[in-house]
Design a protein around this ligand. Structure first.
Ligand code: ATP
Ligand code: MG
Length: 405
């Protein structure tokens, strides 16, 4: 069955007035962005609903894309027919027959926008209900809990029929929640944290630290590829790669081993905060979860967070690893994340970093290095790439992957 349009219902629209308008406008924009390669599709974001006119586009592909767009509560593929009862009746029966299994119940729900249509909602419900009972052997009516709810909308430009409601991604349209940076490694957690930030409407710019020649081109490509995976939730993402080699080498030379990790993290956060400020973003997201590793204890977070008063947001803070992995699998970043490319943090990580670093000692040891100079050098050498849906940075061939594992 070829559908004519997808009717989209909005998510959390509790907000009123201007926020509501922003929500709808942004959702329209984001939807157009993910369907950019379908020029015939028309997206009409109206007050109560959004209509996605397919004009011949493949409905399955379009629906698959819509499933990932934040701000959509659910949607129904609809078929447009002429405004005359015999045509409507035939199509209703055909659509029900496609889903019908013995023992199923149904219900017709009509909405009438066109008050000049020759029948009212009750009459339409009754006429169509009778026609279905006569033409689909074995089907019965259930008003309260039907297996098939056939929705009939009589609009000015035609009658729209739908019998399926598909869950959307929920959340808020990306771009309605301000702009922040995200510290993206190549690991499992940070892409999931990015996804969660986007789910609440935040537009994110990725900051990725890399340390050539200690880290390879593939490690960098992996972080870009992860970013490309995340564009399906809200369109293009800016990827900021920041060289970290000089800072790491200096820290390695000047700082006692037990504090290497803490000082490296302080330096990363300091650089990230400066980039965030210069880009007029208002927060830094990361993928930290309490207790996962040495740097993710409360004491460590206090010693590291000390370098900035910019909000550092940790969507995964109290999640279990198994639950984080489930989301990573759902958003299709897991297989990439587990590829064994070295991360800049692991390279100079001492065998036993302090799990309870002291804030005073961190500040004291850091006095040995010219922090501002290192921050400026890293920022001067950073590079920004616009990453769009569909961009590829790695050979995503599964067999090639398997060899690496
Ligand atoms: P992840 O799976 O996100 O790498 P993790 O559990 O491995 O997390 P760490 O490697 O200690 O933990 O990193 C903690 C957080 O620090 C990451 O989630 C990420 O936000 C940030 N981070 C780590 N490495 C980098 C990097 N190379 N570039 C940018 N941010 C990083
Ligand atoms: Mg990591």
């Amino acid at each position: 069955m070829q559908y004519s349009e997808i009717m989209v219902r909005y998510g959390e629209l509790s907000t009123k007035g201007k926020n509501r308008k922003d929500f709808i406008r942004q959702l329209g924009r984001n939807t157009k962005a993910v369907l950019k390669d379908f020029p015939m599709v028309e997206v009409k974001a109206q007050r109560d609903r959004m209509h996605v006119d397919l004009n011949g586009a493949d409905d399955k592909v379009v629906m698959n894309r819509l499933k990932d767009v934040f701000g959509i509560e659910n949607f129904s593929p609809s078929i447009q027919v002429e405004k005359d009862m015999p045509t409507i009746s035939e199509m209703v029966v055909a659509m029900i027959k496609e889903q019908f299994r013995p023992g199923m119940t149904f219900k017709i729900t009509t909405k009438r926008q066109d008050k000049n249509f020759e029948f009212n909602t009750n009459q339409i419900n009754n006429m169509l209900g009778d026609y279905v009972l006569d033409n689909v052997p074995g089907i019965t009516v259930s008003v309260h809990n039907p297996d098939i709810e056939m929705r009939v909308e009589v609009r000015l430009n035609g009658v729209f029929l739908s019998s399926e409601t598909i869950h959307g991604a929920g959340g808020l349209p990306v771009g309605t929640g301000g702009r922040a940076t995200m510290m993206l490694s190549g690991g499992i957690d940070s892409p999931v944290a990015a996804y969660m930030a986007m789910k609440r409407g935040v537009k994110i710019d990725m900051i990725h630290f890399y340390s050539p020649p200690y880290t390879s081109e593939q490690a960098l490509a992996k972080a870009k590829e992860l970013t490309a995976k995340l564009t399906k939730f809200g369109g293009s993402i800016q990827f900021i790669q920041v060289p970290f080699t000089e800072a790491q080498e200096t820290i390695k030379e000047q700082i006692p081993e037990g504090y290497l990790m803490t000082i490296q993290r302080r330096m990363m956060l300091r650089i990230a905060a400066e980039i965030t400020k210069r880009r007029h973003c208002t927060g830094i997201f990361n993928g930290e979860a309490l207790g996962q590793v040495a740097s993710q204890t409360l004491e460590s977070m206090m010693a590291i967070n000390d370098v900035t008063n910019m909000p550092v947001l940790r969507p995964l803070i109290s999640m279990d690893k198994t639950d984080i992995i489930k989301i990573a699998e759902k958003i299709d970043t897991y297989d990439l994340s587990i590829l064994p490319y070295e991360d800049c943090c692991t390279i100079f990580t001492p065998p036993s970093p302090k799990t309870r670093p002291s804030l005073e000692k961190s500040r004291l040891f850091e006095g040995n290095i010219d922090v501002d100079d290192l921050v400026e050098k890293s920022i001067a050498r950073m590079k920004i790439t616009d990453i769009h849906p569909g961009d590829e940075f790695m050979n995503t061939d599964v067999e090639a992957f398997a060899e690496l594992l």
